[in-house]
Design a protein around this ligand. Structure first.
Ligand code: NDP
Length: 285
């Protein structure tokens, strides 16, 4: 057994350079609150150096690491095993290292799901998903595996939406269809959960996905993946129309919690992690 008495457990993320990394601060606050002697280190890893970085993490006995774009797909060829949803999604953002063996997971959709479960169980629900990028794909797969009955995916380029619908049909029991996204997209009656999984609203509190705003009230729950600012214009409009709302902060916090459970085997405090992020993002309430 490795003697860790002389140093902390090492975890972190392989990503691109970034002036301020809220995830690092959030994870270290969670470790500190739980009394875990672990560090979370952000490393700028260029695509050509990914294999060397992974070998380094193994050599230094890191417990695991997250990876972001552009490594989410490229990392897969370096892994020994893949969790089910990561295999279906075809992307990995969290790698667990145990006895030198690497297992890839995808916590994007799982973080969303954990956050959503505080409002509702997605089983048998009808979902309308805006966007067809990496976050949308991960969320669609997790919702389908959790028993959602139908998912409609709307995207500017319908081919990407259709690819997700096909993925669900091939790998899950959930029915799905793809739609193009015209200006003033109508949200259909009977929608249980509407999710904005586009990047519209990131860093811009007044940006609104081009939907028919009056049709927002057709959804019972409106969720947004945007963590900053968390109270997006979409959520403010939805609240005004009587919908229950879910912000992207909870998704980010739950990803951290799920990642820590996988990597260091401990459950961190959601409260302290959420407060840490809210302080960084300057959230008032
Ligand atoms: P991608 O670049 O993979 O996808 C972006 C999506 O947004 C695409 O579907 C794109 O459509 C759509 N989009 C962008 N601009 C517009 C527009 N003006 N009108 C219509 N559609 C638009 O990004 P990701 O999926 O990785 O991330 C999406 C967002 O999710 C990001 O803002 C990210 O911050 C957030 N996120 C939040 C997480 C959290 O924990 N809260 C975790 C992961 C992501 P098209 O295909 O037509 O270009």
């Amino acid at each position: 057994m490795t003697d860790r008495s002389f140093r902390s457990i090492l975890t972190g993320s392989f990503s691109t350079p970034c002036a301020e990394n809220p995830t690092v601060v959030m994870m270290e606050a969670g470790y500190a609150k739980a009394g875990i002697d672990a560090r979370y280190i952000n490393c700028d890893v260029k695509p050509d150096h990914l294999a060397d970085a992974i070998a380094g993490a193994k050599a230094m006995e890191w417990a695991g690491f997250n990876c972001s774009i552009p490594h989410k797909i490229a990392v897969i060829e370096h892994l020994d095993d893949l969790a089910e949803s990561a295999r279906i999604i075809g992307a990995v953002n969290c790698v667990q290292i145990r006895d030198g063996k690497l297992t890839g997971n995808n916590t994007d959709g799982k973080g969303f799901l954990a956050s959503l479960r505080k409002l509702t169980d997605p089983k048998d629900k009808t979902v309308f998903l805006l966007g067809a990028g990496g976050a949308a794909r991960a969320i669609a797969v997790e919702l389908a595996l959790a028993g959602a009955c139908h998912i409609t995916i709307a995207n500017r380029s319908i081919e990407k939406a259709q690819a997700i619908a096909d993925l669900l049909a091939k790998n899950t029991r959930c029915s799905a269809d793809a739609q193009a996204w015209p200006e003033g997209l109508h949200i259909p009656e009977g929608t249980d959960i509407l999710i904005n999984a586009t990047s519209i609203g990131l860093g811009d509190r007044d940006a609104l996905p081009p939907i028919e705003t009056d049709s927002l009230g057709n959804a019972t729950i409106v969720a947004d993946v945007i963590p900053n600012p968390p109270m997006t214009k979409l959520l403010r409009e939805a609240k005004a129309q009587g919908c229950k709302t879910l912000d992207g902060l909870g998704m980010l916090v739950n990803q951290g919690i799920i990642g820590a459970e996988l990597v260091v085997g401990a459950t961190l405090s959601a409260e302290i992690m959420e407060k840490t992020l809210a302080d960084i993002f300057g959230v008032q309430d």
